[in-house]
Design a protein around this ligand. Structure first.
Ligand code: ATP
Length: 199
C-alpha cells in the first residue's frame, strides 16, 4: 500500500486545484518559508479524518478553507482527495485503488466519500485503522512531537503501539458494546422492578 496522490482544492493556501503525485519511496516537498509545505501535511491529516482545529494549526475547523488573498476572493468550500494504491490489499476493501475524499463548506460540516460513495467519518476511520495510517495520526510526526512521545505516560505510549498494531479499533468496539450492555442491564433492572410492583 502506498499513497498515490493528494489533490487539494480550496484547502488553506491551495485555492486552485493542485495534485501532488507520490511515487513509492521518499517524497520531499521543498519551498520557501510560508509557501504551503505544512499545509500539504495538514491536508493529508484532514482527509483522513482529523477533527482537531489545533492539530491543523488553525483556530476553528473553517480555517482550512481558502480565506482569500489581496488578488483572490475567499472560497466557500475546501476539498481534499487522497488516492491510495491498495494492490496488496492492505486496506480491507476490494479495490486495488482507494480514493478517500473530504469536503467542508463554510456554513456546514464535513462530507466524506470512499471511492465516490458518500460515507461517515467512522467508515473512513475504520478503513484506515488497521493500515497504520489511522485516526491517531502517529504516522505524521510534527515538529516537537518526538518530545511529546518521549514524555508520554506509559498508558499513552501503549495507545500509540495499539493504534499502530490495529488493536485500538477492537478496544473501541469493545467499549461501545460494554456501554450498550450496561444500558441493557439498567433497562432489565427497571423491568424487574416494574414486574415486582405489579405482582
Ligand atoms: P515554513 O517553511 O515556514 O514552515 P510552510 O511552507 O510549511 O512554511 P505553511 O505553514 O504550509 O508554509 O503555509 C503557510 C501559508 O499558508 C501562510 O502564507 C498562510 O497565510 C497560508 N494559509 C493558511 N491557511 C490559509 C487559508 N485558510 N487561506 C489562505 N491561506 C492560508
Amino acid at each position: 500500500m502506498h499513497l498515490k496522490s493528494l489533490t487539494l482544492r480550496g484547502f488553506k493556501s491551495f485555492a486552485s486545484s493542485t495534485t501532488l503525485r507520490l511515487e513509492p519511496g521518499i517524497t520531499c516537498v521543498v519551498g520557501p518559508n510560508g509557501s504551503g509545505k505544512s499545509n500539504v501535511v495538514d491536508a493529508l491529516a484532514w482527509v483522513m479524518g482529523e477533527q482537531g482545529a489545533k492539530s491543523l494549526r488553525g483556530g476553528k475547523m473553517e480555517d482550512v478553507i481558502f480565506a482569500g488573498t489581496a488578488g483572490r476572493p475567499a472560497l466557500g468550500r475546501a476539498e481534499v482527495v487522497l488516492t491510495i494504491d491498495n494492490t496488496d490489499g492492505a486496506l480491507p476493501i476490494e479495490y486495488s485503488e482507494v480514493t478517500i475524499s473530504r469536503t467542508m463548506f463554510r456554513n456546514g460540516g464535513s462530507e466524506y466519500a470512499i471511492n465516490g460513495q458518500g460515507c461517515r467519518l467512522l467508515d473512513v476511520q475504520e478503513l484506515l485503522s488497521d493500515s497504520g495510517i489511522g485516526r491517531e495520526m502517529h504516522v505524521i510526526v510534527g515538529q516537537g512531537q518526538l518530545d511529546a512521545v518521549l514524555s508520554a505516560t506509559p498508558e499513552d505510549r501503549r495507545g500509540f503501539v495499539e493504534e499502530a498494531a490495529g488493536v485500538l479499533k477492537h478496544r473501541k468496539r469493545k467499549e461501545k458494546a460494554l456501554r450498550k450492555l450496561e444500558a441493557m442491564q439498567a433497562n432489565l433492572t427497571r423491568v424487574q422492578d416494574l414486574t415486582a410492583e405489579l405482582r
